[in-house]
Write a protein that binds this ligand. Structure first.
Ligand SMILES: Cc1cc2nc3c(=O)[nH]c(=O)nc-3n(C[C@H](O)[C@H](O)[C@H](O)COP(=O)(O)OP(=O)(O)OC[C@H]3O[C@@H](n4cnc5c(N)ncnc54)[C@H](O)[C@@H]3O)c2cc1C
Length: 390
């Protein structure tokens, strides 16, 4: 961060309005459906359409391609409110906007932008991001999926694991190795229509949380794509993945601020209503200790997200600051949700109150888009200049 630079914490009138709209949408449209979707492991496509209608899929995409053209601060406000209501829907916003759309905006050519962005912003098409594989997680450069050049284009073979929206997406960003000897410099990224011959998916069930989110395995068996499906140059794939994660980690972190805030809201309300020893439990110092810890973590996480947004919006490097926000906000969400359950006592252990779901849903956020350990290694590398990742 530049010395002497000033971050303005004041929201503009437009940002306030969008935040109010997002808050209202979350309370009126998402909250009433979330428990049922969670219980039934239902990916709520009707709700996804509503998210698209209100402009929350691809909000950072320039208006000429069907987006809202908002800045990252505003995008973060939207994601926080959606995340407060439901992490499964927040995952839709994050994947569609940050991992898929922002990659096409930054790396796609004009034809690819015209082909996919308007459909992704209106929700006519969902996209998914296929980086992780059965044997390749944190070591994302070690792609086993192979892309082979042919006269007509490319043939792709391989499998992808844990892919959000993989069963519903119409387009998949598929990362594949073109020349193993080149290691990460051989990786390419393809925009693969999921109705291509040889492309199939299978749902993953039995997740701890995020039950209303679709998670899939993808299989690519001699999938043929034309040269026009290649995004940027052969060898740019790893850079594309990392730049997507710069946006995606910010989105996950902002969603976690929403979880933290939701835990504060639910715990304050419950603790003022619930009486023990003839007094509201909010009047006990040990209960206030739990609430105060949640409040501090929520505020700190939000400010770290706003700093990351400010760096993005002012065009400054922000990979480390985004990792700091992601690490802190995701761990804070797990801790706040755990404290929230504690404040609710036995009532916190069932899904009549949102804290039970917050706890299960928060858990994945310290795993996906780079585990907490990977964020620490990124932060440690920036601090020391030494790469401890390998
Ligand atoms: C619900 C869900 C949705 C997901 N959605 C997507 C998606 O849409 N697209 C996609 O591509 N992926 C997705 N993922 C995958 C996710 O990004 C990976 O799970 C994550 O990157 C971790 O990889 P892994 O699970 O293989 O764990 P591993 O890499 O095997 O890690 C296991 C443990 O080892 C630690 N570890 C690994 N390497 C190091 C190291 N160098 N130093 C210290 N510790 C280390 C990790 O921190 C972790 O604690 C999703 C995952 C889940 C669970």
């Amino acid at each position: 961060m530049q010395n002497g630079a000033v971050i303005d914490f004041e929201l503009t009138d437009e940002q306030r309005l969008i935040r109010e709209t997002a808050r209202d949408f979350a309370d009126k449209e998402i909250f009433p459906r979330v428990r049922d979707n969670d219980r039934n492991e239902r990916f709520d496509t009707e709700l996804v359409s509503k998210l698209a209608d209100i402009g929350f899929l691809g909000a950072i995409v320039p208006e000429e391609y069907g987006g809202r053209g908002v800045d990252y601060r505003t995008y973060g406000l939207i994601v926080e409110e959606v995340g407060r209501a439901d992490s499964a829907m927040r995952t839709v916003v994050s994947v569609q906007t940050s991992l898929v759309c922002s990659s096409i905006v930054r790396w796609g050519n004009e034809e690819q932008k015209q082909q996919w962005l308007p459909k992704l912003c209106t929700g006519e098409a969902l996209g998914c991001f296929g980086l992780t594989e059965p044997g390749t997680g944190s070591d994302a450069a070690n792609q086993q999926t192979r892309a082979k050049k042919t006269d007509a284009g490319w043939v792709i073979n391989g499998a992808k694991q844990w892919i959000s929206m993989g069963n519903y997406a119409k387009v998949a960003l598929v990362f594949a190795q073109t020349d193993p000897e080149k290691q990460h410099r051989g990786i390419a990224c393809f925009l693969v229509p999921t109705d291509s011959d040889g492309f199939s998916s299978q749902a993953i069930h039995g997740k701890l949380g995020l039950k209303g989110s679709d998670t899939a395995e993808l299989f690519l068996d001699d999938v043929e794509v034309p040269d026009s499906a290649l995004m940027a140059e052969v060898g740019d794939g790893f850079k594309i993945a990392m730049s997507a994660l710069d946006s995606g980690r910010f989105s996950v972190a902002s969603g976690c601020v929403g979880i933290c805030q939701g835990c504060v809201n639910a715990s304050v309300e419950y603790s003022k209503e619930r009486k023990q020893f003839d007094r509201p439990i909010a009047s006990f110092q040990l209960v206030q200790d739990m609430i105060a810890r949640m409040v501090v973590k929520t505020e700190a996480a939000r400010l770290l997200c706003w700093r990351a947004a400010w760096l993005k919006d002012t065009g400054q490097p922000n990979t480390t600051e985004t990792s700091i926000a992601k690490l802190y906000a995701t761990e804070a969400a797990v801790e706040c949700a755990n404290l929230g359950v504690q404040v609710h006592g036995g009532s916190g252990y069932v899904d009549d109150h949102p804290v039970e779901r917050y706890l299960r849903d928060a858990r994945v956020t310290t795993l996906y888009e780079g585990t907490s350990q990977i964020q620490k290694l990124i932060i440690g590398r920036a601090a020391t200049g030494i790469n401890a990742m390998v």
